[in-house]
Ligand binder design. Structure first.
Ligand code: NAP
Length: 496
């Protein structure tokens, strides 16, 4: 059970503590932030509302802790990460329970998220040992006008304090995808978890504590993003921000100082379906891609662009599969569970009503009970409908019928977003041409968009992000190149 056994020290009364300087602490604010269970719509947990002084102190300690961590041998950093990964997996059950209660993640998916996170931490430790153990050696005589009098040695050095801000939908996985690269590269890390998902994150952080990382190297400050977010992201002690979330990231990137940013933001992933596609495969991928975790995934299929000639058949196949989705509580492992908050549900409803008013075809009846919205496929969606462009982050999927491939590519590229996209066709040549034409960070051929496996590069164009994630890219992003140049008194050439 959460907050018991090895996790007993992270809670006092009914409020979870924050983690700083290697200790679990109560905030001097005396205030807490309530985490509302999306299913019951009642307060499930409470976390500390940290003050600005506590944030200051935490960042100061992180700065100090990083100095000695950078001097810790790489193999030892990796060893500790492997230990944390094992502890995380060992305690998957209570952490998964928090995910079920905080963000209504279906029970099985919640366990998968924790296990996947442990695997990510281990992989990151292994990858870090390889790529950080290597540098470059350059010689000056390759550049015109130079002789071989200079030897340049480059290595990757840490940035300092990394601030990690993950979103609610994968709070544990998207936190460790920032924590592990930061630590293996010799940085310290301050985590600001999403409010919905904060308690899952606190349990995860305790696994790093149990692994025995040095005091102050990892910390977790809780509080509403709207209250402490700006203070954190504009803090002069922060040397790098790794953020995953929605439009907030665009605002952060405008306010942050001259520091490296990794931004993984929203998406409106298009699924282009050609006449020659295997429609059973397409339907299966649309349902999995569009409705898994009730559509609350950055890489969910968010608009289907299907050639008119096969649209009727495809819509019928998708409808048949949607009818089989189970709807209900995350504890019962239903496919469709309540969306994260009432405001999210209201937003989704707004998109649905707009589409209704403008004449979309409802393949199912629109149904909502509290935060629970039944899966809905909207056919004959047109460009003047909000759902054609906006990210519902819910179980509602628009279908736009197209008469040419160019029309599909045009719709995809007219979006502000450019996270992922997919194309279904049996013609690999066409698939490649379409992939090249789509302005998105990744294109999947004959499969729904997906963030994993976690070592693949993952990036968005336009408003979908800055930089690239994926284990190797994240490690590199959290380092800087340092050169040392050896100057020789006379040219020196190695003989054969
Ligand atoms: P969000 O509202 O942008 O929140 C993300 C994080 O930012 C949360 O931890 C939030 O804390 C924090 N935050 C809020 N205001 C802040 C501020 N002023 N300064 C700093 N941090 C602040 O996003 P969400 O609703 O959690 O997640 C859904 C969005 O994430 C969708 O748009 C989805 O597409 C995107 N997403 C993208 C990816 C990707 O890799 N591209 C992956 C998953 C999700 P609080 O919870 O305390 O407000």
């Amino acid at each position: 059970m959460p907050g018991t056994g090895v996790f007993a020290e992270i809670i006092e009364g009914d409020v979870y503590k924050y983690y700083s300087d290697g200790e679990w602490k109560r905030s001097s604010s005396g205030k807490s932030v309530a985490i509302v269970n999306p299913t019951t719509r009642k307060t499930q947990y409470k976390v500390q509302a940290c003050t600005q002084e506590e944030v200051n102190k935490t960042i100061e300690i992180a700065k100090f802790a990083q100095k000695s961590w950078a001097k810790t041998p790489l193999w030892k950093r990796a060893e500790l990460l492997h230990k944390a990964a094992a502890i995380l997996k060992e305690h998957k059950a209570p952490i998964a329970e928090c995910l079920v209660k905080e963000i209504a993640k279906p029970a099985k998916d919640a366990v998968t998220e924790v296990v996947r996170s442990g695997d990510l931490v281990s992989y990151c430790a292994e990858e870090g040992v390889r790529i950080l153990g290597e540098g470059k050696f350059l010689m000056s005589d390759s550049f015109p006008g130079n002789e071989r009098t200079k030897y340049c040695l480059t290595s990757k050095i840490p940035l300092g304090v990394v601030l990690a801000i993950p979103p609610f939908n994968y709070p544990v996985n998207l936190a460790v995808s920032k924590i592990a690269p930061a630590l293996i590269a010799g940085n310290s890390l301050v985590l600001k978890p999403p409010t919905q998902g904060a308690v899952s994150c606190l349990h995860m952080v305790h696994c790093f504590h149990l692994a025995g990382f040095p005091k102050g190297l990892i910390s977790c400050v809780t509080g509403k993003g709207s209250e402490i977010g700006d203070f954190l992201t504009m803090h002069p002690g922060v040397n790098c921000i790794s953020f995953t979330g929605g439009d907030t990231g665009v605002a952060i990137s405008k306010k942050a100082g001259m520091i490296p940013l990794q931004m993984e933001l929203g998406g409106k992933d298009a699924c282009i379906v050609l006449e020659d596609a295997d429609l059973d495969l397409v339907a299966a991928n649309i349902v999995k891609g569009g409705f898994s975790y009730s559509g609350q995934r950055c890489t969910a299929v968010k608009v289907v662009l299907v050639m008119e000639a096969v649209a009727d058949t495809l819509v019928e196949k998708v409808k048949a599969k949607v009818a089989k989705l189970t709807v209900g509580a995350p504890e019962d492992d239903c496919d469709i569970t309540p969306v994260v908050s009432e405001s999210s549900a209201n937003y989704i409803e707004g998109l649905v009503m707009d589409a209704k008013q403008k004449g979309a075809t409802f393949c199912q009846e629109y149904k909502r009970d509290g935060n629970l919205i039944w899966p809905l496929l909207l056919d004959n969606v047109r460009s003047d409908m909000r759902i054609a462009w906006e990210e519902p982050f819910g179980p509602v999927l628009p279908v736009i019928r197209i008469t040419s491939v160019e029309e599909g590519i045009h719709h995809c590229n007219a979006s502000n977003f450019g996270l992922q996209g997919c194309v279904f066709t049996r013609d690999i040549n066409k698939a490649m041409l379409i992939s090249d034409a789509m302005e998105t960070g990744t294109v999947q051929i004959n499969s729904a968009p997906a963030r994993g496996p976690d070592h693949f590069p993952f990036q968005g164009l336009k408003d979908s992000g800055i930089g690239s994630q994926g284990i190797t890219n994240s490690i590199n992003m959290m380092t800087k190149i340092k050169s040392t140049v050896v100057n020789l008194p006379t040219p020196s050439y190695t003989m054969g």
